[in-house]
Design a protein around this ligand. Structure first.
Ligand code: 4AD
Length: 476
């Protein structure tokens, strides 16, 4: 027998005898002599014809037995590959049929399942988790999908989102390694709540307290101070923020980098922009991520496959002041010159940028000092501004970064100016890093879940995480 994967069937010749393992998607009996199964594995599904006399062993009793197979059970089948009677137009349905000769159950699923996998392929209805399960909605709501992740993950669209995330990760690693960055492992546990604010989770650490890190930034910078010129990491980022929104998780995946600067802070920005364009262009042009995006699009996600990069791949960069001016010009109330751009204004800016520059990805540079943390390097041209930036996709922030202060005395001064006490024991190792001499450097942190969310135009970030964590969810 020839054991194959369902996804490889397209390359197999007609009349070949194959064996594969797959799940039952649907079982039906047409007559005493004829039944059908839909079997699925990975993204793919295939129709199985069960005709009396097939392979000598298919009896009427067998057809009846097949018709009663429970959905989601795993079966092992052997049969002959045939071309179907009608042409199949789908990325995920096999262009072949299997004419069954033998079948047995590998693992049986119960007759009653908490949710139907076939109803998890389309985008979930409803705006927020919880509000989702409305009467009469054919597709399963987000909450039920998350509660039953093992089942909902089996839907092709859900699996495709996971694999697209893996493609983002692959492209990120590829680009970083190509550009001589070293993959470092920061610690995700810290003895002090350093970067600032109360947004950290506390954990018991033997007799002491420890905190889950809110960003690997200080570790990246200490690696630079330790003489590493270019470092990156991929790992969990923990935020104890009680934000119940469509774009906040309490644990997300951070893609971080930090690099020394030779001449100008814009080296950091240019690098980050090229990295993002490499990732997005890769998703748009490489065969596998293109196929994944198609599967998601076919499932009914309206914005999958519509993401726009600027023509010519030159990133569009505007300053914070220019962003405010664009908003005002468009009649959007933009507030004081140094007031932050709120979520509604960000979205409005996204629309303006798309119209004006034909791009869903852009950079905002030179944020006011009042809006950025103490470690951010002031602009050499204007002390009220900083060498700091954010990246946006479809009008939503996906990254923030900056040049960091690398001179010990200037760092202490900036801390005091921002009301942060450098004497605090928790900052000792960080500030000391700059006492022993550190090169000018900068970097940033990308939210991987948001990249996936906005590339595909997913309504809720919870769809862009395998096991999302939010203020109301710690399982599964
Ligand atoms: O803007 P943030 O907080 O920046 C930092 O962590 C800095 N220390 C910069 C650095 O070098 N790491 O977070 C960076 C990115 C945001 O732009 C956003 O994409 C994502 O992380 N992010 C979140 N994603 C999901 N849920 C949340 N609660 C997020 N908070 C930030």
């Amino acid at each position: 027998e020839k054991f194959v994967d369902l996804e490889d069937l397209e390359s197999i010749e007609e009349d070949s005898r194959v064996t594969f393992e797959a799940r039952v998607g649907n079982a039906r009996v047409q007559s005493a002599k004829l039944g059908f199964l839909v079997l699925k594995a990975g993204f793919d599904s295939i129709q199985v014809v069960i005709a009396e006399g097939g392979g000598q062993s298919i009896s009427r009793q067998m057809i009846k037995w097949c018709g009663a197979l429970h959905t989601e059970s795993i079966v092992r089948v052997t049969g002959l590959i045939k071309a179907p009677k009608e042409e199949v137009k789908s990325t995920t349905i096999s262009h072949h049929e299997l004419h069954l000769e033998s079948i047995y159950i590998v693992a049986e699923a119960p007759e009653q399942l908490p949710i139907q996998v076939k109803d998890c392929n389309q985008p979930p209805p409803g705006e927020e988790e919880g509000e989702a399960e409305k009467e009469g909605m054919p597709n399963v709501g987000l909450k039920a999908r998350l509660d039953n992740k093992v089942l909902s993950l089996r839907a092709p669209a859900s699996k495709a989102i996971r694999r697209l995330e893996s493609e983002v990760s692959r492209l990120f690693f590829e680009y970083m390694i190509q550009h001589k960055f070293t993959d470092i492992q920061p610690s995700y546990l810290a003895g002090a709540a350093t970067e600032g604010g109360a947004e950290v989770f506390e954990v018991k650490y033997f007799e002491e307290r420890a905190f889950l890190t809110q960003s690997p930034q200080f570790f990246k910078q200490m690696a630079i101070a330790g003489g590493m010129k270019r470092v990156f990491s991929k790992g969990p980022v923990f935020r104890a923020e009680n934000s119940n929104t469509k774009r906040h998780l309490t644990e997300f995946t951070g893609l971080d980098f930090e690099m020394t600067i030779r001449h100008h802070y814009h080296e950091v920005l240019s690098f980050g922009e090229s990295l993002m364009i490499y990732i997005i262009r890769g998703l748009q042009t490489q065969e596998y991520p293109k196929k994944l995006t198609n599967i998601i699009k076919e499932a009914g996600y309206p914005e999958a496959g519509t993401f726009q990069l600027p023509p010519g791949d030159q990133a569009i960069r505007i300053t914070f002041a220019e962003a405010k001016a664009l908003l005002s010009e468009a009649g959007v109330e933009a507030g004081e010159p140094d007031s932050d751009i709120d979520t509604a204004q960000e979205k409005a800016l996204g629309k303006i940028m798309l119209e004006k520059y034909k791009t869903d990805f852009y950079t905002v540079d030179q944020y006011p000092r009042s809006l950025r943390p103490f470690y951010t390097h002031p602009s050499p041209h204007d002390p009220a501004l900083t060498n700091s930036y954010d990246f946006f996709m479809r009008g939503q922030e996906i990254m923030s970064g900056a040049q960091r202060i690398h001179i010990h005395g200037e760092l202490l001064e900036s801390m005091r100016m921002k009301g942060v006490s450098p004497e605090d024991e928790g900052y000792r190792h960080y500030t000391e890093a700059f006492k022993w001499g550190c090169s000018p450097h900068g970097g940033g942190g990308l939210g991987m879940n948001r990249i996936v969310q906005y590339f595909l135009g997913l309504n809720n970030i919870r769809e862009a995480a395998l096991f999302p964590r939010d203020p109301g969810r710690l399982a599964p």
